[in-house]
Every structure is written in C-alpha cells, then in structure tokens.
Design a protein around this ligand. Structure first.
Ligand code: ATP
Ligand code: MG
Ligand code: MG
Length: 548
C-alpha cells in the first residue's frame, strides 16, 4: 500500500510523542445534542477517533450540553447510535453538564483572583461598549465591583434571585484588546430553563468559551480539535486555562467540511425537517449519518470518503461525486445481484412450453471469490423493461427490436418476432422465440449478441415499491446563495415507483444486505418495508449520471 503523507495534526502529534511531551494522546468528539449528526461531523469523528486508533491513547465522547433550550435526549441517543454505526468506540461517555458544579467553582476562583465580575448591563449595553476591531471598547460601570460583592452576586445569581438577562458574569481582561473576544467576554448568563439532564437544578449556564476548554482540561484532553471559526477563541481558551492553573489542553483548528448540493448546518437541516421539506432527519435525501445509513451507504464507504478528503486548513466544498464514488466502490464488492423491472413490458416466448419452469442460476456477486449463485425462475411469460424495446431502433441499439436478438441475463437468447398492440396503438406485449441451445453456461448456439437484458418471470414476480433519489438542492452551494437556501430545493428529488416487478429472491431481503438491481443501481431495503409491501431505496446509481 501507498504510504500516505502525514496531515498537519499528525505531524504535531508525532512530534509531541517523540519529544516525550505526551506518552499517549487524548482526543474528544464534542457534539452539541441539538440535532442529528451530518457528513461534516462524520469527518470530525473519523479524524478524532482515527488519530487515537493510529497513536496510543483514546477518544472521549462528550456532549457539549450547556445550552438547555435547544438540546434534547432524542439527539443524544441518535448521536451515540451514529458513532457506533460508523464503527468507532469511545472511551468515556461524558456530559459538559456533569461539570456544572466544577465550572461554578472555577468561576468563583476567577472572581477571587479579581479576574471576573458580575455585570448588570443589558446585552445591548454590553455590545455597545465592546468597541470595534479598530476602536477600543469602554469599561462597564460595574467592572470595579469588589471581590466580595461579586462573590455574593454570583452566588445569588445561582440561587435564582435574578431574572433572565439581568446579570452576567464576565471575565476581566482588557476592553482595548485587539482580539474582540478578549474584551471581557461573558462567562455565565442567567437562564431559568429546564435542562435535559440537570432538570431545574441550574438557572445559570456557562457560555461555550467557559465550558469547552475547561471540559477539555478536566478530561486531560491533549489535542482538542475544532473547526476554523474557533481560531480567535484560542487566545481565550489559553487565557482561562492559565489563569485557573488547570491541565493545559491545546486547541488546534481544521477546516469545516461542506458537501456540494446540500447544506451541513444543523440549524438549516432542522428547518428542512420542521417545515416538512423532508420526511425527517433520516429522510434518505438528507446529509445526516442516519439518512445515509437508511439510504444504504455503508460505514466503510463513509470512512473511506473521510479519509480521502482528509483535513484542510481552508474551508472548502467537497464534491458529492467523490462520496458517491466511494459508496459505489464498496457496494460493487458486497452487493448481491438481483433483477427488478421498473416499467414492465410483457414478453411471451411462443416456443416455450406453457407451465414449464426452469431454475436458472445466476451469480450473487461476480466480484466475490466464493462464486455463490441464486435460483432465478424462468417461464414462458416474462417482464422486460419497456425502454429495452424499440419498434424503430436507431443504429447500435443492441437491445430488443423487431427481428433482433438479445440475451436474457443468465438465461436464453430470444428473438422478437411480433409486436402486439392495443387499439390505441400502445404496445402491450412482444411475441418472441427462444433459442433452446443458448442457455447460459451451456450455450452451443454459436450466436453472438451484443445486448443482455434483465427480466423477471411473470408468475413469479413480486411487487415492490422503489424510491429513486436525486440531489436535494439544484445548486452546488445552497447555503451560500443569496436569499433563502430553501428556494433552491430540487422539486424532483424523489421519484417513487409504486409497482416494480422483482425476482422472488427479494422476498428474503434483509435490512443489512445490499443489492445491485442489474442495470438500475444499488439498493437497500427501507424501514417502511413490510411483508405485504417491500420498499427499496436506491442508494446510488451504477454510474455517475452527472459526469460529463
Ligand atoms: P452545526 O453548525 O451543524 O450546528 P456545530 O459545529 O455547531 O455544527 P457541534 O455539535 O458543535 O456542531 O459539532 C461537534 C463537532 O463536530 C465539533 O468539534 C465541530 O467542530 C465538528 N463539526 C461540525 N460540523 C463540521 C463540519 N462541517 N466539518 C467538520 N467538522 C465539523
Ligand atoms: Mg458547536
Ligand atoms: Mg451549532
């Protein structure tokens, strides 16, 4: 195998391990449980867990649940399921909310060091006094409160004596600092809200900047990896750790991964769900992990994709074609071959005995070493795909046409003798004859045909619903278009075929199996499926329909 060069985070880690700075590394994946994980999160998961698979150490799963209003246990469960499904195992399952007591003590420590104060200013007043990047801010009139007064007020904030928004706790740093985030950032706010884990125990909640780095430190995270928008936060991250004198975790930033023809923002995905543009977070058109799973993507293909795109220092839009390529590449290896006719045209083989059934054997997967086969029943009446017949074919049409021959996959060569039409002129059936010596595997006919068609025996056919998906958006980067991203939704992203005709082997379909419907693409059983009504999702087409 080709040796891959190290990415910049691996370089940092290798040098940290070589210098003896660390014996092992500890990373964490820190989702906020306010939505389902998407493909961007998958890349962060692969990065964090991938590093501790490669180097000694482990990865924690930490729910960044410091915002009581938007968070929910449903999301916690889905996130755990998604990470497991991707194939990763965390060392500890942790919650930032478990540190609320410790964080409160950290805050008191800052107050005692005269590094934090309670501010009675409104959020508008705080914003107004912040200054601009080129102009220094102005000190709050509450900045010079005594340590004792601050301690007293902060405890009373915690005790619930004050209404929402009436007070905040701020770090006392420098209102003229060139980094706006260092201009006395807010550390705590009052919010009388129910939290999905701590209930009504707390009415003050730490801000991201006062929770994240401290949680990293409490867990002795060595390399805290986050996305680029946190670069300006690093200074505050380091300042708080230094002032508190706690374990020095370090923050490193990498670029967000975005995917073309979709959006990767939980806020926007939530809108698609609540406004019913999709059927749910796991609608197979969504870029969430649960949707990709339902659509038939494999964990292997998603991991392979994340590996290929790697990590970057600049934000970019990754081509969904590469993701689909990875999915195809894996499914080609594992998918069981099946025949399904979407739009049937009946073929009657006039020289084949009525009532006779032959069991043709067809390979489960030509890529697989074992060469397993399945039985496919063949009889006098078959369905082929309507588009596989043309009454007036152009040159090089190697499918069926009057007088023309094709092979039926794993069965016989047939010739079209007669076209049957109803009074309106619609073709209702084809009368064909088969060449008895042409049976696949023992063909002595000496006839060479260029086309091979998929087919299903009429009396054995099983009805199935098939869902075909296209891109959810019409433009490459809907999140960066002017106006509402939802104006760019593709109205034709779902096509449902209610009555496809499937070979009977599909009656035994399993949710964890993948199928290639010959000439149609890769498919998987959908959760809406029942014994009475089989439902399949097309995971991906056989070829990239968008490639030029
Ligand atoms: P969103 O904007 O979708 O809400 P987020 O960053 O707020 O994303 P978190 O739940 O905080 O979502 O993310 C958990 C982890 O996943 C963070 O470390 C974050 O950096 C990472 N992450 C989120 N989105 C992406 C992305 N598009 N590409 C790479 N990493 C991401
Ligand atoms: Mg976040
Ligand atoms: Mg977010």
């Amino acid at each position: 195998e080709e040796e891959k060069s190290l990415n910049f985070i691996e370089e940092i880690i290798e040098s940290d391990l070589e210098s003896g700075k660390y014996k092992q590394i500890v990373t964490r994946f820190p989702p906020e449980p306010n939505g389902y994980l998407h493909i961007g999160h998958a890349s962060s998961i692969c990065l964090n867990f991938g590093l501790t698979a490669k180097y000694p150490g482990y990865t924690n799963l930490r729910f960044d649940d410091t915002n009581p209003v938007t968070e929910d246990t449903e999301y916690v469960e889905s996130i755990k399921g998604d990470i497991r499904w991707l194939g990763f195992t965390w060392k500890n399952e942790l919650y930032a909310s478990d540190y609320f007591g410790q964080l409160f003590e950290f805050a008191e420590l800052l107050i005692r060091k005269d590094l934090a104060y309670v501010d009675d200013s409104t959020s508008e007043a705080i914003a107004e006094l912040k200054g601009t990047p080129t102009h220094p801010g102005v000190n709050s009139p509450f900045r010079s409160r005594s340590i004792d007064e601050n301690l007293d007020l902060f405890r009373r904030m915690k005790a619930g004596e004050f209404p929402d928004g009436s007070k905040t706790l701020r770090a006392k740093i420098d209102m003229a600092h060139p980094n706006m985030l260092m201009r006395d950032p807010i550390l705590y706010r009052i919010k009388h809200a129910h939290h999905h884990r701590t209930g009504n125990e707390w009415c003050i909640y730490p801000m991201y900047d006062f929770a994240h780095g401290q949680s990293d430190s409490i867990e002795h995270i060595t390399h805290s990896l986050c996305t680029l928008e946190f670069v300006p936060h690093r200074e505050l991250y380091d300042w708080l750790i230094e002032m508190l004198g706690i374990y020095p975790s370090h923050q490193y930033e990498f670029a967000r991964r975005n995917l073309s023809y979709t959006v990767t923002s939980k806020r926007k995905l939530l809108q698609l769900v609540t406004e019913k543009h999709v059927t749910g977070w796991d609608d197979p058109r969504m870029p969430t992990i649960s949707a990709m799973r339902r659509r038939g993507y494999t964990p292997e293909s998603i991991r392979n994709y994340c590996d290929r795109i790697g990590i970057a220092k600049r934000d970019n839009l990754d081509d969904v074609s590469l993701l689909e390529f990875c999915v195809r590449e894996h499914l080609n290896k594992i998918a069981l071959r099946r025949m399904v006719v979407f739009d049937p045209l009946k073929v009657i083989i006039t020289n084949y005995p009525e009532g006779k059934v032959e069991h043709m054997s067809s390979e489960e997967n030509p890529e697989a070493a074992e060469g397993a086969v399945r039985d496919v029943p063949f009889s006098r009446e078959l369905y082929i795909e309507r588009e596989d017949f043309l009454e007036q074919p152009p040159k090089k049409f190697f499918r069926l046409a009057p007088g023309q021959m094709v092979r039926l996959k794993s069965a016989y060569i047939i010739r079209c003798d007669e076209v049957v039409k109803d009074p309106s002129g619609k073709i209702t059936a084809l009368h064909c004859s088969y060449i008895p010596e042409s049976r696949s595997g023992s063909d002595t006919s000496g006839i060479n045909v260029k086309g091979t068609l998929h087919w299903v025996s009429v009396p054995h056919a099983v009805s199935a619903e098939v869902r075909l998906y296209d891109r959810l958006f019409r433009v490459e980067d809907p999140g960066n278009e002017e106006g509402d991203f939802k104006d760019f939704i593709n109205p034709d992203s779902l096509e449902t075929i209610s009555h496809a005709y499937a070979e009977p082997a599909l009656l035994q379909s399993k949710f964890d199996e993948r199928y290639q419907f010959l000439r149609k693409g890769y498919f998987v059983l959908d959760k809406d499926s029942s014994e009475e009504n089989l439902v399949f999702n097309r995971t991906v087409t056989l070829k990239d329909a968008w490639a030029k």
